[in-house]
Design a protein around this ligand. Structure first.
Ligand code: ADP
Ligand code: MG
Length: 286
């Protein structure tokens, strides 16, 4: 048997119900070093619920979560972040009047509990400034370090969110629909950025933009009604009959490959638990 390298993140038989609704129904997956693992599925499939359980803001009913072989199932959000679980900050948590650099510095301090020496440190800590600039550089924003966030484009703010997460030197990144609301140029830049990061920081990526998913993902997990429908390489998922059925509602041997589908052939109902929209249009945030 081939020896497998320990995954950086492992989820074992996770369950989470909201009343009668099984939002996470026996889900297992792992994230390996050097990879982007995409988690896809229709709206309401339980993708964000899964990410919240990994990040620690939602407690699973049953199952275990391991970070670097350590059981973190019962740790707080902050404890997980300190151990290297990187979750992206939302745009709404960025301080608009402050510069890119200041935002990254605040993010890197927020989690370490050093709020008492916070302002002094932000003003004078050279190590902190250097770390912030390194993170800004990784997301292509170093030349914008002194620019107030309010002057950044939407796409640049997304890059900054990733930068804020990177400032904590995470072992991995959890990203929930980072392309949502971005135009073609912004999505392209973010795609290139994520591609450049993955060798250093593996990424668990929820994304509706199937172009980005098939370009970026080394492996894909498909979640439907809280259950794992399929897992495999991008190629295996693209040709998996169960996945095609979940996306299309029927299996048709003449249907085109998943990646060549266009939105007209798809149900674009955005209500909960709608069929998966493979042709997710860029710029639409559901
Ligand atoms: P996805 O991210 O795949 O679109 P979610 O994880 O947001 O799906 O939601 C999965 C299901 O769980 C949905 O039916 C949603 O309405 C439900 N749900 C999510 N969070 C809660 C909550 N806090 N309370 C009750 N139901 C929830
Ligand atoms: Mg979601």
């Amino acid at each position: 048997m081939i020896l497998m390298i320990d995954p950086i993140l492992r989820i074992e038989n996770l369950y989470k119900s909201f009343g009668a609704l099984k939002a996470t129904d026996d889900v297992s997956l792992d994230l390996r070093k050097g990879e982007i693992h995409a988690l896809i599925g229709p709206n309401g499939a339980g993708k964000s619920t899964l990410i919240s359980q990994i990040a620690g803001s939602l407690k699973p009913d049953f199952g275990k979560i391991f970070l670097d072989a350590e059981d973190i199932t019962h740790l707080s959000v902050a404890a997980r972040a300190v151990k290297g679980l990187g979750r992206c900050f939302q745009v709404s948590s960025l301080a608009m009047p402050l510069s890119v650099r200041r935002n990254v510095m605040i993010a890197s301090q927020a989690i370490t509990g050093s709020s008492f020496r916070f302002w002094k440190a932000v003003e004078s800590d050279q190590a902190l400034i250097a770390a912030a600039d390194e993170a800004s550089n990784m997301v292509g924003l170093l030349d914008r370090a002194d620019v107030p966030v309010s002057n950044l484009s939407h796409g640049e703010r997304r890059q900054l969110e990733v930068g804020c997460a990177l400032a904590l030197k995470p072992k991995l990144l959890l990203l929930d629909e980072p392309m949502a609301g971005l135009g073609a140029g912004g999505s392209e830049r973010l795609t290139v950025l994520l591609e450049s990061l993955k060798s250093e920081i593996p990424i668990l990526l929820i994304e509706h933009d199937m172009d980005a998913v098939f370009r970026l993902a080394d492996r894909i997990s498909v979640l439907v009604y809280g259950q794992m429908l399929a897992q495999g390489t991008a190629d295996q998922i693209r040709h998996n009959p169960l996945v095609r059925e979940a996306y299309l509602g029927s299996i048709d041997s003449d249907s085109p490959d998943l990646d060549s589908l266009n939105s007209e052939s798809l149900n674009t109902d955005s209500s909960d638990r709608s069929p998966l929209n493979l042709g997710a249009t860029k710029g639409v945030n559901d």
